[in-house]
Design a protein around this ligand. Structure first.
Ligand code: PBG
Length: 330
């Protein structure tokens, strides 16, 4: 005989705000977020980025105030990305190694204005190459692994010397994490951490970012020769294992929402801090959906970010970091 009532009523736990709060398995906190910031050349300028509604590039003199704003909202770290002036983009990406380049000046400006906030810099050559690839290419346009890695090592050293707390290789060359770790140690930079873009997919969601750093229009071909195939998950675990063995302090899965399965699998397999990057195309998707009336903007932001926590993220790089931190604070 079946009971006339359900043996367990799950809805009891959902019946009022207090019990929902008490039973919540995951929550968002401003310290979960890393805020990406774009830097442009010049002075006294804010350049809105059309592909990323609500996001701007800032000149170096204005970036300190952005960092202070993030710190005041409880965000522990900013990630800096430069839009290198066109004439400085070359086949050899020499500007990446200039200790006075945009990114190095921006790192110093952030540290001067707000020494309490962490600074993460991207290690990859795409903002510096005239062809928009993350590395040096051969005559067929194929990115050369070991030659690129040697340049990335120098780039990471220049960024660490400027004051970056975390260098984040986003290029997907083989062996670069180990090479960067060794060089940092030899240079006495033992406190500079490495966040490896360990499982970074060749994704259609990076379009607005490439506009923001000015590499999109230049890109010849695609990045499938070094970034991962979206068809693969087991391969991501091999990538992460390698980067950990080479000395990565933290790893990243990127993009975010379409790869929550990968994030969860990495977190389950390895006990390392694992970050997710909710990338530019994901940000744009939420903004355009909300603008079209397809959903409530604030709710979309918080629900998607909470999904990363549920999947096991230690933290999330998101262009919505400030909005989210403020929404959480109420
Ligand atoms: C550069 C880099 C990219 C992103 C972060 N670092 C673009 C790419 O690999 O083409 C994408 C971030 C975003 O879309 O928000 N190597």
């Amino acid at each position: 005989m079946t009971a006339a009532f359900p043996a367990l009523r799950m809805r009891r736990g959902r019946s009022a705000p207090w019990i929902r709060a008490m039973l919540a398995e995951h929550r968002l906190h401003p310290s979960d977020f890393i805020l990406p910031l774009f830097i442009c050349d010049g002075q006294g300028c804010e350049e809105p980025i059309a592909a990323l509604p609500g996001v701007s590039r800032w000149t170096v003199d204005k970036i300190g105030a952005r960092a202070r704003e993030a710190h005041a909202a409880g965000i522990p770290c900013v990630a800096l990305f430069p839009n290198t002036p066109g004439p400085l983009r070359t086949v050899g990406a020499e500007e990446a190694l200039n200790p006075d380049n945009l990114i190095c000046r921006a790192v110093k400006a952030v540290k001067d204005a707000c020494p309490e906030i962490g600074v993460l810099t991207d290690v990859a050559l795409d903002p510096y190459t005239e062809h928009g690839h993350d590395g040096l290419i051969d005559e067929r346009g194929c990115v050369l692994n070991d030659l690129t890695s040697a340049v990335l090592v120098q780039q990471a050293l220049v960024q660490a010397e400027a004051g970056a707390d975390i260098v984040a290789p986003s290029d997907m060359m083989d062996g670069r994490v180990g090479a960067i770790r060794t060089a940092l140690e030899q240079a006495g930079k033992c406190d500079t951490a490495i966040m490896a873009y360990a499982a970074k997919y060749a994704s259609a969601f990076y379009g607005p970012f490439r506009d923001a750093v000015g590499s999109g229009g230049r890109l010849k071909g695609d990045k499938r020769g070094y970034q991962m195939d979206p068809a693969n998950a087991a391969e991501a675990l091999r990538e992460v294992a390698l980067d950990i063995a080479e000395g990565a302090d933290m790893v990243m899965v990127k993009p975010g929402m379409p790869y929550l399965d990968v994030l969860a699998a990495v977190r389950k397999r390895f006990e390392v801090p694992t970050f997710a990057y909710q990338v530019s195309g994901e940000y744009a998707m939420i903004e355009h959906a909300a603008a079209a009336g397809a959903g409530d903007r604030d709710a979309l932001i918080l629900e998607t970010l909470l999904a990363f926590k549920r999947a096991g993220a230690s933290g999330i790089l998101t262009y919505h970091a400030l909005d989210a931190a403020r929404l959480i604070a109420g």
